[in-house]
Design a protein around this ligand. Structure first.
Ligand SMILES: Nc1nc2c(ncn2[C@@H]2O[C@H](COP(=O)(O)OP(=O)(O)OP(=O)(O)O)[C@@H](O)[C@H]2O)c(=O)[nH]1
Length: 397
């Protein structure tokens, strides 16, 4: 099928130019988010915005600009895109290889224009670099992406990177197979137009996927800020209550046990009065870290307020939870918090309450609170367990 490629490609390249400009604005607006990768993705799109007019002026301006420089800009765009992904995923950006490859590509393009003038070999050099960067991007995502792997942007970015790598290899093979060797990239063939269209879609499509990743990261950050206590990183009171209610529904559905520990640091006012409020904050943070290290994956630690914390232990009966509580109490007693204010020691009191069928989370908290009160009244630095309601005691006997 022979078609006039300029008629098809001109509006496509214009659309790509406008899309890249729009993506530049979107990414520039996201720079203040502080998320890693934004600056590189922005540069990748700026490079596309610069490249397309140079391509459009081919034959009007010198080839050294419209071919050699323009393809160098495209290579830089691909390198920036990969570096953005690497930064976003907390991985090394490998500039040495990215720039080394880009320089090799520019040298090869210059040689196959001014040494031996061969369009197929130029296309091969350009496509080889593009395909290598796309493959490396897909591999980076597969290995290091930590978000939801069934999310649209994860699939989009990984899938598109693979597709574009294949498209570029195909284009290089296609140009290599043509006889006589073509001298104009605007070859009047359906395949060429299709492959050029795919090429024009690469950066806007990959950047769109990057924007979706940034969007998810911002959403996760906002949720974390809403659900976590800023100082200790434990769940906020509100989120702990929501989690507790959810755990109760699961315990009711699965008939698995659920136990709540209410933990209060003893004589915390004295720590504040002796070492200062900032030292008290450090003790709270160190305590939350210490508890976090002792919990299993599904256990949840929340800060109810002040120096009072709660731990939800799904799948743990009262006996198992008592062991956990005792271990935490001993660990707290031995815990030395060394800060710029000196060395603080502290102890904790714990109230333990096992969930009883039919009970809501407020009722479970009330019983754990009564047990905590008993532990405090009993002299502190101890664990007290709420007894089962008499009717449940009878059932479990
Ligand atoms: N450093 C610091 N102190 C806090 C924070 N929230 C609450 N407090 C302090 O924690 C102390 C709690 O004191 P109390 O309620 O009397 O309890 P306590 O001294 O731990 O005594 P018992 O609980 O009876 O053992 C108060 O001095 C609060 O100001 C916080 O975020 N940081």
């Amino acid at each position: 099928m022979n078609i006039n490629p300029v008629l098809v490609l001109a509006p496509i390249f214009l659309t790509t130019e406008l899309l890249s400009l729009a993506l530049c604005l979107v990414l520039a607006s996201l720079r203040s988010s502080g998320l890693p990768g934004v600056r590189h993705w922005l540069l990748a799109n700026v490079a596309v915005v610069v490249y397309l007019p140079l391509l459009g002026l081919r034959g009007i301006i010198p080839d050294v600009i419209s071919i050699v420089l323009a393809n160098g800009v495209v290579a830089l765009s691909a390198a920036c895109y990969y570096a953005g992904c690497a930064h976003f995923l907390g991985q090394p950006s490998r500039w040495k290889y990215l720039l080394g490859g880009a320089v090799l590509q520019v040298l090869a393009v210059a040689y196959w224009r001014y040494g031996v003038d061969s369009l197929p070999l130029r296309v091969m050099a350009i496509s080889a670099y593009g395909a290598a960067v796309c493959t490396a991007t897909a591999w980076l995502m597969l290995r290091h992406y930590t978000g939801r792997r069934n999310s649209v942007h994860y699939r989009l970015l990984t899938g598109l990177s693979c597709l574009f790598a294949v498209a570029q290899i195909t284009r290089s093979l296609y140009f290599g197979m043509l006889h006589p060797a073509p001298t104009n990239i605007m070859l009047a063939s359906g395949w060429n137009v299709l492959l050029l269209c795919l090429g024009a879609a690469i950066m806007p499509a990959l950047s769109m996927a990057a924007v979706l990743m940034l969007h998810e990261a911002l959403q996760t950050e906002a949720e974390e800020a809403a659900n976590r206590d800023f100082m200790t990183g434990a769940l906020s009171r509100k989120h702990l209550f929501a989690t507790g209610q959810q755990f109760i529904l699961q315990a009711a559905a699965t008939r698995r046990p659920l136990t709540l520990l209410l933990i209060d640091l003893d004589h915390f006012k004295a720590i504040n009065d002796t070492y200062g409020h900032a030292a008290g904050d450090e003790v709270l943070r160190a305590f939350a870290d210490m508890v976090g290290e002792h919990l299993r994956g599904r256990d949840a630690l929340g800060r109810l307020g002040g120096e009072e914390f709660a731990v939800l232990l799904p799948d743990a009966g009262v006996a198992a939870a008592q062991l956990v509580a005792e271990r935490l109490r001993l660990r707290a007693q031995q815990h030395r918090v060394v800060s710029s204010f000196g060395e603080c020691r502290y102890s904790i009191s714990i109230g333990v309450a096992g969930w009883q069928g039919g009970e809501n989370f407020d009722q479970l908290c009330q019983r754990a609170d009564q047990a905590l009160y008993q532990a405090k009244n009993g002299g502190r630095n101890r664990v007290h367990t709420s007894q089962l309601a008499p009717e449940l005691q009878a059932q479990s006997a």
